[in-house]
Write a protein that binds this ligand. Structure first.
Ligand code: BES
Ligand code: ZN
Length: 847
């Protein structure tokens, strides 16, 4: 039983807990978690006993109660009173600020994952200690007060009300939640009668309708998928103005940052519609995977996050089949492949010894590699068998906890396949293999070796589900590679090798496997031919370019061969494929500016040539009835062309922007293309010619909070002029930018401004590390450090941080520095590559 009384004006709270504890072995101590709380010592009782020692271990967030005599065996009640501060750090019990009728107000919000429930009340703050929670809040009568469970009863005493909530089912502490503030809501109902609400600030509830619709559909779908009902009587989703993560799956009370939940028909973009859908589907998946069945320990965090990421795509694909979301999912896979080819990566199952280590594993390995290996397993076992096994896993461990191996055991029992042996190679060691494929007569010889971007080769070995397509997609082959080397027999169905032309084979069909493929010259040429003659699926187009891109960075393939392959993608019209092409072209533009300055201009022209024709087809103006994917593709291409310095696109962006500044309602600049125009304006801005910049700052000030504002924020630092970049970066320390949004400004920084940004980071490091807690501080390292491409700089940065690291961002720093060294090595290779200039000229000259 937990009682809390927040004071929203003084930003403090007081409270009391009564915890039922079973003493199962003789002891004189109770050891639990509490942090930054002042516990009233005289209030502490276990049954009638008072502790004789009360000791806090601040670094560990631990409270030790010592009693004079051994505690009586059996169940007893532990009680205490405490006080705390509603902090500004967006963790524990904190305050968020909002405007109401022109006045600033505070709301009280909780964010407990991973280890911050202990900042709100003394408890056993580990996922395996599930308990039933019965909450009572004492708050101002006019405010909305929400918690995990519905209100049981409320009593009013003038300006103050006491709200008692129903008792929850057994749940982990990190999922407890409270929100107190002014809100309005929209409401819906699932087919089984669960009440669903979306709470927003006053006046914004219309913007909650899209999320409500996705939320109701998600609950319906997951109930069927897991064959298990949603166990709570209600589900609330709330938009919070200050929020560290994107969203948090608290049981029955899911919290979101505003842009992750709200969608406005007039001012939101198609990509924000999609990310709202994915986020809602992700958090609601956790209501089963995470909340009902919870990881035993943080080592198994990936079970939560990897599975929610994977199944959110399954849900969104069923609601919006036209979005092609599984093709877009390859973004997750390639992001994970990228991170996991660093020496400083980590296994999916990572040992956690201390609370301070938990936050940093919420990364692309847990989320994206986790989701990718689940997709690999599902495609190996088959969708139906997989779903049946997931449903029985859910039932077996409902209201309890599970480890990775428990999941494998259920899958193995249901399917009879060697799931544990197979999957252990993927979850217990870091990295992944590159499969070398060589054609020898009628066979393809394959060999696995760990792939690392620094060009070295690790010693890892995996059990690899190999798939191959051969001449056509209806002649796929599957087999499990268990050894270092093996071979596959190919028949005539791959096409005729002798005659050339129609022969091709591709491994890892549709990128379901978490590995890369390196082909010998003959297979590579056949694959490029298949690409250019439009034989490959969208997913395979993505896999083909991403593999060669990575192999080129690792210097296992030439830069020229990457350019030649890329050239084969000109005329491509698909959003997902072009989104990957854009990642590659951006990276190429950056590295070539450092590696071959003399050739960089020509390389940019080549990249423009590849992207121009789809961009011209789409133009700036939306067309009636065009697809969601085309709506997202337009800004992607326009932005890419602006970044590459394409004059015509920049001029058109500026022209439209000038009209927009006079008429905000103009149809020439709808929400989807605004950012591209803003970016175009920033290309011409400098300290002596700052009218465009001032106009953008004005738009920022005048825009409503939410996506509209963030679109401007994202480009303010995208400029070559040092003074302007500094001015923008310094906004981070003002009240104009919420701490939660600083990273959006940081992401806009261009390589040309890296030196000035790094100096700024150094000069302000003390302030930054004081102001930004937890994951927010890693953003500063992650966005600025990898802009560099020299070993000297890596050494300098490493030296600066030698005396300044914290457990929270050590790994991120290591990874960022490794990326710098990898870029340096890549640039070195490009510099000394013979015949590169000729290749570039040849491709540029092609009609
Ligand atoms: N459980 C996380 C929220 C979280 C993240 C808590 C990091 C503590 C530390 C939540 O389910 C989540 O994954 N949110 C994502 C959004 C999702 C769509 C990938 C996020 O916040 O980015
Ligand atoms: Zn999650």
């Amino acid at each position: 039983e937990l009682f809390l009384r927040p004071d929203l004006v003084a930003c403090t709270f007081s409270g009391s807990v009564a915890i039922s504890v079973a003493v199962s072995a003789p002891t004189r101590f109770l050891v639990l978690n509490a942090l930054d709380l002042s516990v009233n010592r005289t209030s502490i009782r276990f049954q009638a006993l008072e502790p004789t020692e009360v000791v806090f271990f601040k670094d560990d967030g631990v409270l030790v109660l010592g009693f004079a005599k051994q505690l009586p065996l059996g169940e007893g009640l532990l009680k205490m009173d405490f006080n705390g501060i509603l902090n500004d750090q967006m963790r524990g019990f904190y305050r968020s600020k909002y405007q109401y009728k022109g006045k600033e107000r505070n709301m009280a919000v909780t964010q407990f994952e991973s280890v911050d429930a202990r900042r709100c009340f003394p408890c056993w703050d580990e996922p395996a200690f599930k308990a039933k929670f019965k909450l009572t809040l004492e708050v101002p009568s006019e405010l909305v007060a929400l918690s995990n469970m519905p209100v049981g009863n409320a009593t009013f005493a003038g300006p103050i009300k006491t709200v008692r909530y129903l008792e929850s089912p057994p749940m982990s502490t990190y999922l407890v939640a409270i929100v107190v503030g002014l809100f309005e809501y929209v409401e819906g109902m699932t087919t089984k009668g669960t009440r669903v609400r979306v709470y927003t600030q006053i006046g914004k509830s219309n913007q909650g309708k899209f999320a409500l619709d996705v939320g109701v559909k998600s609950l319906n779908l997951y109930k069927d998928y897991f064959d298990t009902p949603f166990p709570l009587p209600k589900l609330d989703m709330v938009a919070i103005p200050d929020f560290a993560a994107g969203a948090m799956e608290n049981y029955g009370l899911v919290t979101y940052r505003e842009v992750a939940l709200l969608f406005d028909d007039k001012s939101s973009s198609a990509s924000s519609r999609q990310s709202v859908a994915i986020t809602v589907a992700h958090e609601l998946a956790h209501q089963w995977f995470g909340n009902l069945v919870t990881m035993e320990w943080w080592t198994h965090l990936w079970l939560n996050e990897g599975f929610a990421t994977w199944v959110s795509h399954l849900a969104v694909d069923s609601f919006f089949p036209q979005w092609n979301i599984w093709t877009q999912f390859l973004d997750s896979t390639t992001t994970a492949l990228r991170l996991d080819s660093l020496e400083a990566s980590h296994p999916i199952e990572v040992e956690i010894h201390h609370a301070s280590e938990v936050d940093q594993i919420f990364d692309a390995i847990s989320y994206d590699k986790g989701a990718s290996v689940i997709r690999m397993l599902q495609s190996y076992l088959g969708a139906e068998r997989f779903q049946k096994a997931m449903a029985s896993y859910m039932k077996k461990y409902a209201f309890s906890n599970a480890k990775t191996e428990d999941l494998w055991a259920v899958l193995e029992k249901e399917t009879g396949e060697p799931v544990k042996d197979l999957m252990t190679t993927w979850t217990k060691q870091k990295g992944y293999p590159v499969i070398n494929a060589k054609i020898k007569g009628d066979d393809i010889e394959i060999e696995q070796a760990q792939f690392l971007l620094d060009g070295s080769s690790g010693s890892g070995m995996w059990i690899v589900p190999i798939t191959s397509g051969c001449g056509a997609y209806d002649t796929q082959k599957k087999f499990l590679l268990k050894l270092k080397r093996d071979k596959m027999v190919i028949g005539s169905q791959c096409g005729d090798r002798k005659k050339g032309g129609n022969f091709w084979t591709k491994l890892n069909i549709n990128g379901t496997g978490f590995y890369r493929v390196k082909y010998d010259d003959e297979l590579a040429a056949a694959l490029q031919n298949a690409l250019e003659t439009k034989k490959l699926s969208l997913m395979d187009k993505i896999g083909t370019v991403d593999d060669l891109y990575a192999l080129s960075i690792a210097r296992q393939q030439t830069f020229a061969s990457l350019l030649r392959l890329l050239y084969g993608y000109r005329g491509e019209a698909d959003y997902s494929v072009l989104s990957h092409i854009n990642t590659v072209t951006t990276s190429i533009a950056k590295v070539s500016a450092d590696a071959t300055p003399a050739l960089a201009g020509d390389i940019k022209q080549l990249l423009i040539k590849i992207l121009l024709s789809p961009a011209e087809k789409l133009g700036w103006d939306p067309k009636k009835g065009e697809s969601h994917l085309d709506v997202m593709l337009r800004p992607l291409l326009l932005t890419a062309l602006v970044q590459l310095g394409h004059g015509k696109t920049i001029n058109e962006g500026v022209r439209r922007f000038n009209i927009f500044t006079r008429d905000r309602g103009t149809s020439l600049l709808p929400p989807d293309t605004r950012k591209a125009a803003y970016l175009a304006v920033m290309q011409n801005v400098s300290s002596s010619n700052r009218s465009g910049y001032d106009a953008l700052r004005k738009i920022y000030k005048e825009s409503a909070e939410g996506e509209e504002r963030l679109q401007v924020l994202g480009i303010l630092s995208s400029c070559r002029d040092k003074g302007i970049v500094l001015e923008s970066l310094n906004l981070i320390f003002t009240s104009e930018v919420r701490n939660q949004d600083a990273y959006i400004l940081l992401r806009g920084i261009q390589p040309e401004a890296r030196e000035i940004s790094w100096n700024w980071l150094k000069e302000n490091w003390e302030l930054i590390s004081k102001t930004f807690a937890g994951s927010l501080i890693t953003d500063f390292v992650e966005t600025i450090v990898p802009l560099f491409t020299s070993n000297e700089k890596a050494a300098e940065i490493s030296k600066f941080f030698a005396t300044r690291t914290k457990p929270g961002f050590e790994r991120t720093l290591k990874q960022s520095l490794e990326n710098v060294r990898i870029s340096a090595r890549w640039a070195e290779g490009i510099r000394s590559e013979p015949g590169l200039a000729q290749t570039v000229r040849e491709l540029l000259a092609k009609p």
